[in-house]
Ligand binder design. Structure first.
Ligand code: G1P
Length: 291
């Protein structure tokens, strides 16, 4: 049975400066890994988790994302007339019919916590998911968010995806101090945003997947700017720990940090190697380039 996680938030208002000059006009979430933009991988994962309402927190520079999920009437007509039904299906099925897309504006870039708070009128007070599309997670079986939603539904708790990172990188992530519960889950005792390696409570880092209770939105209303002067989701999660259980969840799958050039290269190679039409030539190219 699918867990009850109907709404998933995609904070996509970031500037994407690491991909300038391309991101001057191409939203970083629209950068392709092979033939699909990053946002499509994120949306597929949300739908796999049972979501029927996708909430994109966007801004005036990110129209391409709304366009992508809109009907491409002229293109569809042309493909239909040309009898290109495979391509037509690709264009039409970016989201299944039962799923709706909602766009809310984050007028000012005040941080991830603020972006999630912008979605409050759509979320109401039910549990919801958050996916940061920069973190592309590949798994042969169900996606990371589905795994977390199933886990969280059992006890009605929150879950945040984690993985170990080299200690010198703690300053790039939210870092968790947690007590092991089973092979995948650990009860979070404390969480801190972007600590220096010498004060980080561990090297267990949050990656971009969250299953959270609606109540966190109340906490976000009063969350003060934290690391980098931004309103941090991590700080609201820390406040939630006083009254609710949140688990750090080691998902099954491979994460690619597509917010970095190297991560995008790795993801592209990975998916090329998974694709029967590209695998052999890609392997040969990589072998030759490395020798
Ligand atoms: C955000 C979160 C951080 C998390 C990271 C995962 O940081 O604030 O806690 O570890 O995403 O990608 P950002 O990468 O937006 O600075």
């Amino acid at each position: 049975m699918k867990p009850r996680l109907r709404k998933v938030v995609f904070p996509v208002a970031g500037l994407g400066t690491r991909f300038l000059p391309a991101s001057k006009v191409v939203a970083k979430e629209m950068l392709p890994v092979l033939d699909k933009p990053l946002i499509q991988y994120a949306v597929d994962e949300a739908v796999d988790a049972g979501a029927d309402t996708l909430i994109f927190v966007t801004n005036r520079y990110k129209h391409a994302i709304a366009d992508y999920f809109d009907t491409a009437f002229e293109l569809e007509q042309r493909l239909e007339r040309a009898g290109k039904h495979d391509l037509l299906a690709l264009v039409r099925n970016v989201v299944p019919k039962h799923v709706r897309c909602v766009f809310v504006t984050q007028a000012e870039a005040l941080g991830l916590g603020h972006a999630v708070l912008c979605a409050r009128p759509v979320i109401g007070d039910e549990p919801f998911g958050v996916i940061l599309p920069d973190d592309l997670i590949w798994n042969r079986g169900h996606g990371a968010l589905r795994q977390m939603a199933e886990f969280a539904a059992k006890d009605d708790v929150g879950a945040i995806a984690v993985e170990e990172v080299p200690r010198e990188q703690t300053q790039k992530y939210g870092i968790v101090d947690a007590e092991k519960a089973d092979a995948r889950a650990a009860l979070v005792r404390h969480v801190v945003e972007k600590p220096k390696p010498d004060v980080a409570p561990s090297n267990l880092a949050i990656v971009g997947r969250y299953v959270l209770p609606g109540r966190i939105l109340e906490l976000l209303e009063t969350t003060k700017p934290g690391a980098g002067g931004e309103i941090q989701l991590t700080d609201a999660i820390a406040a939630l720990l006083g009254t609710g259980k949140v688990y750090a969840y080691r998902f099954e799958g491979t994460r690619f940090d597509c917010g970095s050039k190297l991560g995008l290269v790795k993801a592209t190679l990975h998916f090329a190697l998974q694709d029967p039409a590209l695998a052999e030539a890609t392997r040969a190219f990589v072998a030759a380039a490395a020798s």
